[in-house]
Design a protein around this ligand. Structure first.
Ligand code: APR
Length: 172
């Protein structure tokens, strides 16, 4: 299956895809940023469902229904907090993308939207994080046919775009 990459500027909760990925925290009980937006859009059933899951480790991913969201599924993954890059952050961030695609494959989701995991509150430098996002998604075997990188601001769009421009043959 050839994987198509898309880059959009917008609110991930409005994306019409099979699954959206949430940049969650260990509790899975919501927070600010994209986590807060997804919980607000999904409605209170999401946090009630998440209470039954017992949390999530950094680098891992778990899938839930999307409830009131357009997307059928939410894939919650916990990115690494940036501590300078010498504490396994790159490997953990790559794992978030790999594990999220694995959860998508388990439910046969074909289209998946990702936020720029860890680049907000968790402080991961945008250039490094977007490079890991693109490289990991490109190198992970998956049946997902389309991955949409949803940037919430122009700086993030530019970071993704500069990586995509460097690599050959990316049609956006
Ligand atoms: N749609 C798409 N992207 C969004 C949205 C949205 N509605 N809201 C925020 N973002 C972007 C941010 O601009 C940033 O680029 O998502 C990216 C990730 O930022 P955060 O949401 O702060 O996530 P992260 O850095 O991974 O920190 C996770 O923040 O919200 C808490 O509970 C969460 O503790 C966890 C931590």
């Amino acid at each position: 299956m050839t994987l198509r990459l898309e880059l959009v500027l917008g609110d991930i909760t409005a994306e019409d895809v099979d699954a959206i990925v949430n940049a969650a925290n260990h509790t899975l009980l919501g927070g600010g940023g994209v986590d807060g937006a997804i919980h607000r859009a999904a409605g209170p059933e999401l946090v009630e469902y998440c209470r039954t899951l017992g949390g999530c480790e950094t680098g891992e991913a778990t899938i839930t229904p999307g409830f009131n969201l357009t997307a059928r599924w939410v894939i919650h993954t916990v990115g690494p907090v940036w501590h300078g890059g010498g504490h396994g952050e790159p490997e953990l961030l790559a794992s978030c993308y790999r594990e999220s695609l694995a959860r998508a494959d388990e439910v046969e989701a074909e289209t998946v939207a990702f936020p720029a995991i860890s680049t907000g509150v968790f402080g991961y430098p945008i250039e490094a994080a977007t490079a890991i996002a693109i490289e990991t998604v490109r190198s992970t075997p998956t049946n997902v046919s389309e991955v949409r990188f949803v940037a919430f601001n122009q700086e993030t769009v530019d970071a993704y775009q500069s990586i995509l421009d460097l690599s050959t043959g990316t049609d956006l």
